[in-house]
Design a protein around this ligand. Structure first.
Ligand SMILES: [Zn+2]
Length: 351
């Protein structure tokens, strides 16, 4: 089975875009509404392209990035602006995307020994200036796209390590779970992430983006802010996209944030961003209970645990896998082993 599933994984939940569209008027409202429409069409379109285009690969270099300028259009990838080892360009967004993709690549390589998204040094492409004032970033299944933001509610995305690392991690997850963790294709509809497996896919990106931010800043679990997208929203729109410390706490994030952190509240119809709060919080609790640096104690546990999951995995499967790997790597009855178990228990996935 192919590792490619061409699923568009957006950084900004549709619910937030809808809330912001409802709060605005006139032209701005129309702009956001058009983007919500465009985003759902984009999924199917990308899926078609990803099937017949060859995988970019170059094995010799430690890192290989290419940043393109989509020039305000929606054709991908656009014009090549910066190749690996090229000097900085005069384009701020291109250089920010280049740097942040590099940090994500370095993290997986040096902390977890994984060479790029496919584990074999695949080149990572990113297109900046995608679309007109596009208020989102995403992983298309073969590359990253980064919008400039709408100029009002969103400040852009290329400067945000958390957002770039989140999208990059969708690329990792795509390759470790054959068929795509939670990717569902319904005839005549764009593929989408669904159910517990889809929420695990979103959570994988949140958890690793969080670790990458902490690793880059040298923050231990106590100093970490445990937020994602705290640097992309304008103050009136909210403070952050997500909190792993307290999923669904709108005071830490945005007004209508509906993430949940208790499996007893889960419904199979839940949006994957909403339900991702459950595994996100289990990870946060485990990391806090162990203390120190999250990536040192739990990075390999989470990557190897998710590496065991199948496309239709449940939260319980993820709990068993990560608990088991924690016991293997740190010892049965060790602090990490007990902490991972207890994290999944607190969110009511494990009994
Ligand atoms: Zn995502």
């Amino acid at each position: 089975m192919s590792a490619r599933y061409g699923c568009a994984c957006f950084a900004v939940p549709k619910r937030l875009l809808k809330q912001l569209a409802d709060d605005s008027h006139g032209e701005h409202r129309a702009l956001l509404q058009a983007q919500i429409e465009h985003s759902s069409k984009l999924r199917g379109q990308r899926a078609m392209q990803s099937r017949d285009r060859p995988e970019p690969r170059l094995g010799r270099q430690l890192l290989h990035r290419q940043v393109f300028d989509a020039q305000g259009q929606t054709f991908l990838p656009g014009q090549l602006l910066r190749d690996e080892d090229d000097p900085p360009t005069s384009d701020k967004q291109a250089d920010e995307a280049y740097e942040n993709v590099g940090i994500a690549l370095q993290f997986y390589k040096s902390v977890l020994g994984r060479d790029s998204v496919d584990g074999r040094g695949a080149r990572v492409d990113a297109s900046v200036h995608y679309g007109f004032r596009f208020a989102n970033a995403m992983w298309t299944g073969r590359q990253m796209i980064v919008g400039d933001g709408d100029g009002r509610d969103f400040k852009g995305f290329s400067h945000s390590l958390g957002i770039i690392a989140h999208e990059f991690s969708h690329g990792i997850c795509q390759h470790i779970v054959p068929g795509g963790l939670g990717a569902v294709t319904v005839p005549n509809q764009p593929p989408a992430l669904k159910g517990e497996a889809g929420a695990l896919n979103e959570s994988f990106s949140d958890v690793f983006a969080s670790m990458i931010k902490q690793w880059h800043a040298g923050h231990d679990v106590k100093r970490a802010d445990w937020l994602l997208g705290e640097d992309v929203l304008a103050p009136h729109a909210g403070k952050a996209l997500r909190s792993l410390e307290d999923p669904g706490n709108g005071k830490l994030t945005w007004r209508k944030d509906d993430q949940i952190k208790d499996y007893r509240r889960y419904k199979p119809t839940d949006d994957v961003h909403r339900a991702a709060g459950i595994p996100n919080h289990a990870f946060y609790l485990a990391a806090m209970a162990i203390g120190g640096k999250s990536w040192e104690t739990l990075g390999a546990v989470w990557l190897k645990g998710f590496d065991r999951l199948r496309a239709r995995a449940t939260f319980l499967d993820a709990a068993h896998a990560t608990v088991d790997v924690a016991a293997t790597l740190h010892g049965k009855g060790s602090r990490p082993h007990e902490a991972v178990k207890s994290g999944w228990k607190t969110v009511n996935v494990l009994a």
